[in-house]
Design a protein around this ligand. Structure first.
Ligand code: GLN
Length: 485
């Protein structure tokens, strides 16, 4: 096994035993990128020189045993909607193609403090709006398992980079499924923390009441390990919660005896393909064998989740994206005879069609006369969805479903049909609306394409879903399957 195939916890043992240097590891990852990136195109910016510098600094830390953490010297990729000081942060949008943030996002600051090596910025659907990374204003990313398929989205670059061993760990963001669905499509682990668990400071806002940053990794232990360094209160983000951060690695216990696992009836029916359903049913059997108690649960309001999300998320986006006016951030149209035309042209030239669609949807839903009928109603349904979850969690500890109803679809297959694209988040969106934590772990392959299993927990019960995911992983081999690139 080459070193870039390994997990962060395996590499940490080698690094701290001085059997490997961060410089060697970083160079191995960079040369892997040189070989596979022409096929995958996971990155929008590579920071080779600074990565080498950071690797050398990490080696100093390791040599002197100075403040060494499990992330010290480990190459990490960051989704390009998180600010990196002096390094392009484009959100894969033409409007921010030249944007150099003057500061680091809190999560990036935390990675640097832990001694991680930031290898580059990964591709996404423009402003994280999409499920395939095809809405990137820069270029599409391909699925490492089959380069004619999408990697999922919007954190498709991060998921593809982890799957292709073009990094060891990655950060993604999840507003309606953007960590978990690409994790499922690329056969890696993706965790969306509870809303408020991780600081959003420096994450370019899409829908602020839903956005959350989380890890994309090769196994569950790495997800726990990375979450340890992301989680926590941040005075710079008033929605981050001041709630103690446990050591998530302590939750990794291979035991689910008596754990009550509720499978969501609505998410195993219509729209879910047979191979996905059968893989998830096998996972349910596995849990039973391991001593968990399986309970069928119905969450009837789920039917309205996608519609609700496509009012709330665009409403928030239309407001958040008002700041891109050619004055304060990024690109300005040079066809600008006067101020108003400059605004028009900047936004017309800078935003792609999906972003424009969301801005229009959101502006419409918020406009006088429609506000009550659309936006306010959506907020009420959001409460119903949350209530359904509360009821379910009075009967179980973890909820289980497929992460996505299908495996990765073909590049170009759904671009002309936004609704069918939106439906690929049917299982992930309700979780964001309720602000809950959820993880996707690999649970099967169909025609060579990965299938993801989603485990959802109560608010701040990341430990419970990590434990359930870990026990599953310890008793199956799906996470060890690798794409042949
Ligand atoms: N696919 C969903 C959307 O297009 C979710 C995106 C996300 O989680 N950032 O909005």
């Amino acid at each position: 096994m080459t070193m870039q195939h390994k997990t962060a916890h395996e590499l940490h043992s080698l690094l701290s035993a001085k059997k490997l240097s961060s410089l060697e590891l970083t160079e191995a990852v960079l040369s892997r990128i040189d070989r596979t990136e022409p096929k995958v195109q996971a990155y929008v910016t590579l920071t080779k020189e600074s990565a080498i510098k950071q690797a050398k600094a990490a080696d100093e830390r390791l040599k002197n045993n100075d403040n060494v953490t499990p992330l010290t010297g480990v190459p990490v990729a960051v989704k390009d909607n998180m600010c990196t000081q002096g390094v392009l942060t484009t959100c894969s949008s033409k409007i921010l193609a030249n944007y150099l943030p003057p500061y680091d996002a809190t999560v990036v600051e935390k990675l640097r403090a832990a001694g991680a090596v930031i290898i580059g910025k990964t591709n996404l659907d423009e402003f994280a709006m999409g499920s395939s990374t095809e809405n990137s204003g820069l270029h599409p990313t391909c699925n490492p398992w089959d380069t004619k398929k999408v990697p999922g989205g919007s954190s498709g670059g991060s998921a593809a980079a982890v799957a292709a061993d073009e990094c060891i760990l990655a950060l993604g963001s999840d507003t309606g499924g953007s960590i978990r669905q690409p994790a499922a499509f690329c056969g890696v682990v993706g965790l969306k923390p509870t809303y408020g668990r991780v600081s959003r400071f420096g994450l370019v806002a899409f829908a602020s009441s839903l956005d959350q940053i989380g890890p994309l990794t090769k196994d569950v232990r790495d997800a726990a390990l990375l979450l340890n360094y992301l989680a926590g209160h941040d005075p710079k983000d008033s929605t981050s919660v001041d709630y103690p951060v446990p050591d998530y690695q302590q939750a990794l216990i291979n035991d689910v005896k008596k754990m009550r696992i509720g499978y969501i009836k609505e998410l195993l029916g219509k729209g879910v393909t047979r191979p996905v359903r059968s893989a998830v049913e096998k996972a349910m059997k596995k849990y039973q064998e391991l001593g968990a108690e399986l309970i069928e649960l119905s969450l009837p309001s789920f039917e309205y989740a996608v519609a609700t999300y496509y009012l709330i998320a665009p409403a928030e986006a239309s407001s958040n994206l008002a700041r891109y006016d050619g004055v304060k951030f990024g690109r300005r149209s040079n066809r600008s005879p006067d101020l108003l035309t400059m605004y028009y042209n900047t936004r017309a030239e800078g935003f792609g069609s999906e972003v424009k669609r969301r801005i229009m949807l959101g502006t419409y839903a918020l406009s006088a006369g429609y506000y009550d009928a659309y936006y306010l109603k959506a907020l009420k349904v959001r409460t119903l969805i949350k209530n359904d979850f509360d009821r379910a969690f009075s009967k179980c500890d973890v909820l289980l479903s497929p992460t996505a109803p299908t495996t990765a679809f073909g590049l170009g297959e759904k671009t002309a049909d936004p609704l069918s694209m939106y439906l690929s988040d049917i299982a992930t969106i309700p979780v964001n609306l309720a602000g809950l934590p959820a993880i996707s772990v690999p649970c099967g392959l169909d025609k060579g394409l990965p299938i993801g299993l989603q485990l959802i927990g109560r608010a701040f019960a990341e430990e419970t879903i990590l434990r359930a995911a870990y026990a599953y992983e310890q008793n199956t081999d799906w996470h060890k399957q690798k794409p042949k690139l």
